[in-house]
Design a protein around this ligand. Structure first.
Ligand code: ADQ
Length: 743
């Protein structure tokens, strides 16, 4: 593939609900059917181009086939680089018709009223995902990239991660990710996002879906998010937008091929269409094509077409809508219902408007071959695509690619992900029949030059971002996370580094340990007052500090009073307010730097204004600084306000020689020049040096990591990029590490 660089994984394990082919035995012979649908169509070139193994449900249980036949079928799948998963019938029904298509599909498409919340569906979903995970584990070879697809397998990334911790896992969601207000309705919401976060990279069709997902992660799991990176504590997870394209050349070439076929040799379908035009050359065809799914807005489309015929009677007898509804998921009740609704509407409209030699709607409830589809794309002047929700919608793109004569108009719902890229289409609201009727009239009377102009802009875009580019971008992005993981692993504090640090520690008579408090020794609490030291940590710190060779320095952004209340009875050195104050054991506080505080009178009202407008946030006043905390606020509002406040403070800070610090859910302003790095170095200048260790978790600790003497051992808690020499996962690991410093 030309777009690819050297960053190609040796093999890709594609994992999706269904395989690209379905193989069965009919009358003793193998019967191979291609799967229909966006995912199968889109991933086909990936399967062809890369070394892949595609794992998916065969659509049957093992017991469906006699054992001899099963072997033949499995071999046939293998020959196509596919590995079938067999599921018992009732489990498959609950997993597929139940949780996947009865719970997630409607909810993620904003059909909350159709959503079933049944625990047995959820159980089956978990069981099937577990079966997939075991299959992946069995097939996995080191170096493989695992690419999991879609809403049937949302919890699979985490399951695979548990079985293969080092795996490189990418996940792509083909449907919308809904707003948190909708997603939160699910009883199993937390498990689902936790499942997804097992991936290294999560891809979506549009930025909106990514935004919704990140907001959900922030709210449900409380992880910090930095642009598109989720910080889980032990791992970084990236999200990215990859709008899926089509195999443009395939549609373009097929269209060219069909054009060249002489009239007499054309397919029956084409001949029938030609016959329609021969009766009156000014006739026009409107194409409507989708799986018969309630998300696709088919009834709305029919009602809008009816409105169009009423409002623009001059088109009666001249325009036919060719409507193809592919049968799909007909075991699910709502699909039977939508079928009835559509049948009735078609009947009503045809009954009302038909003329002897003209039928307003030609309705087909079946599949078509690829060539027939192209023939239809080529023959219709307008494509009318009006989903009420659609992750992307590839039909719209396929239609555009097939229009090689530069004519044709696309009418597209703004609720389809594709509308983000296809802005030259006539974009409509699918719930507004008048608007759609108007768009149909506009499309049918649009001058050819305008059609060509709009088409060519969209075609150029589609050619640039074809499905192979989509896939190679996704694969490269996963490979990039592989690289990042490798780099961060080099900093992970492993046993041999630990041994080296301890050997150095024991070689020195004196040791100074600089320890940050919040996020390093204890976990963050929503209310900072609740982060009191527990007996376990106090005991551990005392055991270290009791040794005369150890100086244990708690170095924190907290105010003097809190540190004094919590620690003054213990033999610890305390550095408060990022280095403004120092307290040696059994002595009063001393100021480390001479500082003015007048600026606080100007800044305090600004911060209080933010606290008033942001529920849950508050201002903390320290001797030499003011801090606005928003850990308890709505995460998104807090994040927005933090940016605003930081902007405002930056514009005010200049004249006062102040510095703004952004900690974990806190914006703090203080006299510049005070920081933990300067304070720690000053401390070392006053006390004989020896072994030096510094541990901290947020970026105020980065000053220590940067400014301490080179030989110091600096350790960052968490996996964000850091200047520290080493990284450690969480507070528990810090505690385990510190136990080694008890002599
Ligand atoms: P789908 O809901 O299946 O896909 P779509 O993207 O339009 O919707 O893809 C349908 C595919 O099936 C197209 O490639 C089309 O050519 C083919 N097809 C449709 N009707 C057919 C027929 N009668 N006979 C033969 N082939 C037919 C899901 C999401 C979408 C998302 C895709 C890809 O719902 O929003 O665009 O995955 O991510």
């Amino acid at each position: 593939m030309s777009e690819l660089n050297q960053n190609i994984p040796p093999r890709i394990l594609i994992v999706s609900n269904r395989l690209p082919v379905q193989i069965t035995m009919v009358k003793g012979k193998l019967d191979v059917k291609q799967s229909i649908g966006g995912l199968a169509t889109g991933m086909h070139p990936v399967h062809e181009t890369y070394e892949t193994l595609w794992i998916g449900w065969s659509g049957f249980s093992r017991s469906h086939f006699a054992s001899g036949k099963l072997k033949t079928i499995n071999n046939a799948y293998r020959a196509q680089d596919c590995l079938p998963v067999y599921l018992d019938e009732s489990m498959a029904t609950d997993y597929y018709d139940g949780f996947s298509n009865g719970t997630i599909w409607p909810l993620f498409h904003y059909f909350a009223q159709y959503t079933k919340y049944q625990p047995d569906y959820w159980d089956a979903y978990l069981k099937v995902n577990r079966i997939f995970a075991e299959k992946v584990k069995k097939e996995y070879r080191p170096g493989d990239l695992i690419w999991i697809h879609d809403y049937h397998l949302l919890v699979l990334p985490r399951m695979v991660r548990e079985l293969i911790p080092e795996a490189d896992i990418g996940f792509f969601l083909h449907i919308p990710f809904p707003s948190f207000e909708v997603f939160r309705l699910l009883p199993w919401r937390k498990e689902l996002v936790e499942g997804l976060v097992g991936s290294d990279l999560i891809g979506f069709h549009t930025f909106d879906y990514t935004r919704h997902f990140l907001s959900t992660v922030r709210r449900l799991l409380g992880y910090d998010i930095d642009l598109n990176r989720i910080q889980t504590g032990s791992r970084l997870v990236r999200t990215e937008v990859f709008p899926m394209g089509i195999d443009y050349r395939k549609y373009q070439n097929a269209s060219l091929r069909l054009e060249k076929i002489p009239e007499k040799k054309k397919s029956k379908l084409k001949q029938q269409i030609s016959q329609y035009f021969s009766q009156a050359p000014e006739r026009k065809l409107i194409l409507s094509i989708d799986r018969l799914d309630y998300t696709k807005g088919i009834p709305n489309r029919l009602v809008a077409f009816e409105k169009f015929l009423e409002k623009y009677p001059e088109f009666q007898g001249k325009v036919t809508m060719l409507m193809i509804a592919t049968p799909t998921r007909d075991n699910v009740a709502y699909y039977q219902q939508i079928k009835r609704t559509v049948d009735e509407l078609v009947g009503r409209i045809n009954g009302q408007f038909s003329q002897i030699n003209w039928t307003p709607i030609w309705y087909f409830y079946r599949s078509f071959t690829f060539n027939q589809l192209i023939e239809l794309y080529r023959s219709c002047h307008v494509a009318l695509i009006t989903p009420v929700r659609d992750g992307m919608n590839l039909v719209a793109k396929e239609y555009l690619a097939s229009r090689i004569d530069q004519s044709g108009v696309l009418i597209l719902s703004e609720m389809a992900g594709a509308a983000r890229e296809l802005s030259e289409a006539l974009i409509i609201n699918p719930n507004h029949p008048e608007e759609i009727a108007g768009a149909i009239a506009q499309a049918l009377t649009m001058p050819l030059e305008e059609q060509a102009e709009r088409l060519s802009l969209m075609q150029t875009r589609l050619k640039r971002y074809q499905v192979n580019k989509w896939a190679s971008d996704f694969i490269e992005a996963v490979m990039k996370t592989r690289e990042m993981k490798k780099q961060s692993r080099t900093k992970i504090l492993n046993e041999s580094i630990m041994k080296k640090i301890l050997a150095e520690y024991h070689r020195n008579k004196q040791a100074t340990l600089f320890l940050d408090y919040d996020g390093t020794l204890v976990q963050f609490k929503k209310n900072p007052d609740h982060a009191r030291p527990d007996p376990g940590i106090l005991k551990l710190l005392n055991q270290i500090a009791d040794d005369p060779g150890n100086r244990l320095v708690l170095i924190s952004g907290r105010d003097r009073n809190t540190l004094e209340n919590w620690f003054s009875r213990h033999p610890f050195y305390l550095i408060a307010e990022h280095g403004a104050w120092l307290k040696e054991p059994d002595t009063p506080w001393t100021q480390m730097e001479p500082i003015s505080r007048e600026w606080k009178e100007v800044i305090r009202p600004v911060m209080e204004f933010y606290a008033d407008r942001t529920p849950g946030s508050f201002v903390e006043e320290k001797t030499f600084s003011l801090a606005w905390h928003y850990r308890k606020s709505d995460p998104e509002l807090g994040a927005i306000r933090a940016i605003e406040l930081k902007d405002e403070l930056t514009s005010m800070a200049g004249g006062h020689n102040l510095e703004i610090l952004e900690g974990s859910k806190v914006i703090e302003i203080k006299n510049s020049g005070i920081n933990k790095g300067r304070a720690a170095n000053w401390f070392l200048s006053q006390h004989p040096e020896g072994f030096v260790l510094a541990i901290g978790d947020d970026w105020t600790d980065e000053y220590m990591f940067e400014l301490l003497p080179h030989k110091s051992y600096t350790i960052k808690v968490g996996s964000n990029p850091t200047k520290a020499r080493y990284q450690i996962v969480n507070q528990n690991e810090v505690r385990n590490l510190l136990k080694n410093f008890i002599k």
